[in-house]
Design a protein around this ligand. Sequence first.
Ligand code: FES
Length: 294
Amino acid sequence: MAEFQRWITPLQRSTVEPLPTGGAILHEDIPHGIDDIGPLLYSLFHEHWHQVQLSHVVEGSVLELEFSGKPKICILYDGYLTIVTETWHGHLCLEEHGGGPLKTTPEKLRMERRIQRASLYRRCNEQGEARSWGIQFWNGGGEKMMTLFLPNPYVTDLDEDLLPEKKPQIEKLALFNSLREIYVLGVQPIPFDSNPLKRPYIAVCRSSRCNPSRNWQPTFEALEQAVAAAGLDVDVMSFGCLEVCKLGPVVHVAPDQTWYTRVTPEVATQIVQTHQVAGQRLNSHLYPPTPTSR
Ligand code: FES
C-alpha cells in the first residue's frame, strides 16, 4: 500500500462551464485518489456536517439533503462511501466496486461508477460574481454525480436570501477557502496522519437472509470482546447486508476486503486473533472458500 501523503500535488486545472441561462461555473479540479478524496469527505461529514448539504442536480430535478446531526456511519465498503444519518442514507463510489466477495460487477461498470473527476467550484452570475460554492463529482462516464453545497455568504441558515440587503456574511467562505488551500493549491497539509476512510473495521451482517435466526449479536459481542482483549483500535459494527446472503453469520473485515461465513462467537474470536493480530486470513471460514478451506 502506498504511504499516505499529507500534501497534495496541485492539478492546476481550471475550467469554465457556461450556463445556458447566463453566468458560468468556475471549476478548479482536485485530486480524486482515495487518499485525497477520502480525508476530504470524511472531514466534511464528520466535522463540518452542519455546514454542508448533499445534492443531486440534473436538468429538471434537484434533490437537497441536510444533516440534522453527525452521520451515524461514514465508512468505505467495497469501494463505496456509505453515509447513514437518522433519516436517510447515501452512497458514493470512490474506488473500484468489485460487487461483493464474488466480484460480480463487470469491469467496464467498475470504471464507470467510480469518481473520475472532482472540482471545487464557484457558480457565478452574468457579471462574473460568485453566488454559490461547492464540490462537484463526475463518474467514469462523464456524468455529474453528487454535488456538495458549501456555506454561502448570501444565504442565511434559515435559507433567507441576503442579496436585497447586500450584506453577505463573507466569513462563511472560511470552509471553501481552507479546502481550496489544501486540495487545490496544496499550500496547507491534509489534516490527518492517515486516510480516515482506510481505518480498519469489522462488520457483521444483521439481516435474516444469511442468518434466518438473526442471532448475530453473540458474534458481534465476541468480536467486540476479542478486539478489546487484543487492545486493537478497530471498530466493530453491524451492517444490513454484506453481499454473501447465505451461510451466516457473515462478517466483513476492512480495509482488507475479506469476507467470512459461519462466524460463530468462537470463530469471531479466531478471526480477530488470526486476521487482525497475526495478519493471516482464517482460511477455514473465508468466502469464497479457497481450495484449502473447502
Ligand atoms: S443478508 Fe447477510 S450478507 Fe446479505
